[in-house]
Write a protein that binds this ligand. Structure first.
Ligand code: ZN
Ligand code: ZN
Ligand code: ZN
Ligand code: ZN
Length: 403
C-alpha cells in the first residue's frame, strides 16, 4: 500500500474516532442533565404545574381538537360503540373509583419521567448485547485456555433489571458506561438525538414550552406559521421565526430569501439593536392588515357596483325577469353582433323578413344605465353588459390582476 493512500485512510479513521469520542462525551453529559431534570420533575409531581399548549401547527391543532372531542364523547358514553358496553354496575354511585376521577399526581411531569425512564432502559437494552459480545471477545483473546462462564456481566447486563424497580441514576450510569465502548456513529447520533429531545420535553414541563404560536400571520407569506421561540439549543432566546418548508419571500432587496426562499427563513429578534426587531415585525403586520382591509373594502365596492349594473329585476310574483331594450335591425350588427333572436313571449323580437332594417330586436339592457344615461343617447349606452360592468369585470376576473 502506498504511503499517501495510507495517510489519507489514517486521517479518515482518526476523524471518525474524534467524532465518536465527541458523541460519547455528549451522550454522557446529556444523561447527567436528564437525570438532574428528572429529580426536578419528580418534585413537580405533587404541584399544580401545567404545561401550556406549546407550539402546534394549524393541522396538528385540528387533529388534537378532533381527538379531544372524540375522547370527551367517549368519556360521556356518547360513542355508539361504547353505549352498551358492560360493567355498567361499576358506574353506580355505591362503587368508588369508577368513572372520571382526578389523577392522584400532576400528569405532565410524571409522564415525562416515565418516558425518560423507558427510553434510557430501552437504549441500555439495545446496546447491552453488542457490548457483552465485545467483552467476551476481549476475554477470549486473553483467556483462551480457561473455560469461563460469561454470565452474569453485572455492569453491562440488563437482563436482571426491571424497568420499574431500577433507579434512573443507576440505569443512566450503566448506559453511559456501555456507550463509552460503543462505536457505531449513526446509532450514537440517534441516541443523542433521543436524549436531547427528552431533555427538551423535560424543560418544557419545568420552564414552560420552548416554542409557542404567534397569533398573527407572517407579514411576507401571509400564513399562520410564525413561531415564538423561547429556548433553542438549551439557551433562552426571544425570536419570532416564520417556520415551514413553504417559500416565504420579503421585499428587502438583499435578503437571502430571494436566493433560496424555502431554506432561508425570516426571523425577528427581541432586541432594539437588531436589524429585524419585534417592533419592526409589528409594523409590518399592521401594514399588511391595513392593506388587506383596503383591498377588502375595494372588492366590496366593486361587488356592489356589479350588483347594481344588471339586466335583471324581480317581478310582482317574485320571479327574476330580464330587462330588454329594443335595437333596430340596422344597428344590431354594430351593438349586439352575438344577438340570438327571441322567438316567443312578450319580449320576442319583431323581425320583418322583407325589411330587416326596420326589425326591432330585444337585447338585454342595464337597468342602472337606463336611469343614469339620457335615453336619447346611442343605444350602446343602455345595453348590458354596460361599460361600467365591463370595467369591474376586468378588475376581478382577469387572472393577472388578482395574484
Ligand atoms: Zn412567512
Ligand atoms: Zn427576505
Ligand atoms: Zn332579435
Ligand atoms: Zn350599467
Amino acid at each position: 500500500m502506498t504511503g499517501a493512500g495510507n495517510t489519507k485512510h489514517q486521517v479518515a479513521v482518526e476523524k471518525t474516532a474524534d467524532l465518536v469520542a465527541q458523541l460519547q462525551a455528549e451522550i454522557s453529559s446529556t444523561l447527567t442533565v436528564v437525570v438532574d431534570l428528572v429529580g426536578r420533575l419528580e418534585d413537580l409531581a405533587d404541584t399544580r404545574q401545567s404545561v401550556g399548549l406549546g407550539f402546534m401547527t394549524e393541522q396538528t391543532k385540528d387533529l388534537a381538537n378532533k381527538q379531544t372531542r372524540a375522547d370527551r364523547a367517549a368519556a360521556r358514553n356518547l360513542h355508539p360503540a361504547r353505549a352498551h358496553v358492560g360493567l355498567k354496575f361499576l358506574n353506580g354511585a355505591a362503587v368508588l373509583g369508577s368513572g372520571q376521577v382526578e389523577a392522584p399526581v400532576t400528569m405532565n411531569p410524571v409522564s415525562v419521567v416515565a418516558e425518560i425512564h423507558f427510553a434510557v432502559f430501552q437504549h441500555l437494552r439495545r446496546l447491552s448485547r453488542p457490548a457483552l459480545l465485545r467483552l467476551l471477545e476481549h476475554e477470549q483473546i486473553g483467556l483462551e485456555d480457561h473455560a469461563i462462564c460469561p454470565w452474569p456481566r453485572n455492569p453491562i447486563s440488563t437482563t436482571a433489571l426491571d424497568v420499574n424497580e431500577t433507579n434512573l441514576k443507576v440505569l443512566a450510569d450503566r448506559l453511559s458506561n456501555v456507550v463509552s465502548s460503543y462505536r457505531n456513529r449513526p446509532n450514537l447520533q440517534a441516541i443523542l438525538r433521543d436524549l436531547e429531545q427528552l431533555e427538551e420535553r423535560a424543560r418544557d414541563v419545568i420552564d414552560g414550552p420552548s416554542r409557542t404560536n404567534h397569533p398573527d400571520a407572517c407579514p411576507w407569506c401571509g400564513r399562520r406559521t410564525l413561531v415564538i421561540l423561547h429556548r433553542e439549543f438549551g439557551r433562552d432566546v426571544q425570536v419570532v421565526r416564520c417556520e415551514g418548508t413553504h417559500a416565504c419571500v420579503c421585499d428587502h432587496e438583499f435578503c437571502d430569501c430571494h436566493r433560496n426562499p424555502t431554506r432561508n427563513r425570516h426571523e425577528w429578534v427581541n432586541s432594539g439593536r437588531a436589524a429585524h426587531t419585534w417592533h419592526a415585525l409589528h409594523n409590518l403586520q399592521t401594514a399588511r392588515k391595513e392593506t388587506i382591509r383596503m383591498e377588502t373594502l375595494a372588492l366590496d365596492a366593486i361587488t356592489r357596483i356589479r350588483a347594481m349594473h344588471q339586466p335583471f329585476w324581480i317581478d310582482g310574483d317574485g320571479d327574476s325577469r330580464t330587462y330588454y331594450v329594443l335595437i333596430g335591425g340596422d344597428e344590431i350588427d354594430q351593438y349586439a353582433p352575438d344577438h340570438v333572436c327571441i322567438d316567443i313571449g312578450t319580449d320576442a323580437c319583431q323581425v320583418y323578413d322583407d325589411e330587416p332594417a326596420s326589425s326591432l330586436h330585444s337585447v338585454p339592457g342595464c337597468i342602472e344605465c337606463q336611469v343614469t344615461h339620457d335615453n336619447s343617447g346611442q343605444p350602446g349606452n343602455r345595453l348590458w353588459p354596460c361599460a361600467t360592468y365591463r370595467a369591474t369585470q376586468l378588475e376581478t376576473d382577469s387572472p393577472d390582476t388578482r395574484k
